[in-house]
Design a protein around this ligand. Structure first.
Ligand code: SAM
Length: 214
């Protein structure tokens, strides 16, 4: 893995063998705020449970923990990551410093796996190394799902009707799934799984993204 600079000046991770980045090359933080906070958590109210597909660098978790504290909303954050990024590499990206939360960022990475860890009053983190395909999810549990897998063309096995049916069952009635992609097959599969679809403007000038509502 290598660091790659985005158009807004901060870095993301790049996997040469996949030719894939962890975030938009047009801006990692702006994308995460738009797709997962603005079109995800901020569409809900009160205390919530979030499921994230792909903890990766921990950027979405950091922004969510920060926002939860700012708004005094309790968040339980369940995140899947079978391929952990070494913290030495993540630290070089500097999201903790850029978002003025270096200690919180380190705590999110230091938290033990497979346990629920209270990071602060408003944020409980449960990281697991399980793969989404093999994971049993509790029905009607999550208010928001951050679907942040690698792109459909790079990781097609995670963008299937079977996966979205499983995520539909795990979403609370009234809950939402948000993702940066607006691929046609994704929209068809989400609808077949039972979701209603919205396609707001995407991050960094992208025409569309997808929000799916149960
Ligand atoms: C686009 S990156 C996620 C970026 C991350 N949310 C962040 O804020 O840095 C996709 C992530 O999905 C993870 N992933 C890959 N295969 C997976 C699987 N089968 N189940 C769950 N996560 C997976 C990758 O390791 C990677 O961290």
């Amino acid at each position: 893995m290598e660091l790659q600079e985005t158009k807004t000046g901060e870095y993301t991770l790049y996997i040469p063998s996949m030719d894939e980045t962890y975030h938009s090359r047009n801006g990692a933080i702006t994308e995460a705020i738009h797709v997962f906070l603005h079109e995800g958590m901020q569409r809900t109210t009160g205390n919530i449970e979030i499921l994230e597909i792909g903890f990766g660098t921990g950027l979405n978790a950091l922004l969510t923990a920060q926002y939860a504290a700012k708004t005094c909303r309790k968040v339980t954050y369940h995140t899947l990551e079978p391929f952990q990024v070494p913290f030495d590499l993540v630290r070089k990206i500097g999201y903790g410093e850029l978002l003025e939360e270096p200690i919180l960022f380190a705590e999110l990475h230091d938290a033990s796996w497979e346990n629920k860890i209270k990071i602060h009053e408003y944020f409980t983190l449960h990281k697991t190394t399980q793969k989404l395909e093999y994971m049993n999810l509790t029905a009607n549990r999550y208010d928001v799902i951050y679907f942040d897998a690698f792109a459909p063309k790079k990781q097609p096995e995670l963008w299937t009707l079977d996966i979205f049916s499983k995520l539909y069952k795990a979403t609370k009635p009234g809950g939402i799934l948000t993702t940066y992609s607006a691929a046609g097959q994704l929209k068809r599969d989400l609808k077949s799984a039972g979701f209603s679809i919205e396609n707001p403007t995407g991050a960094n000038g992208k025409r569309e993204m997808t929000v799916a509502l149960k």
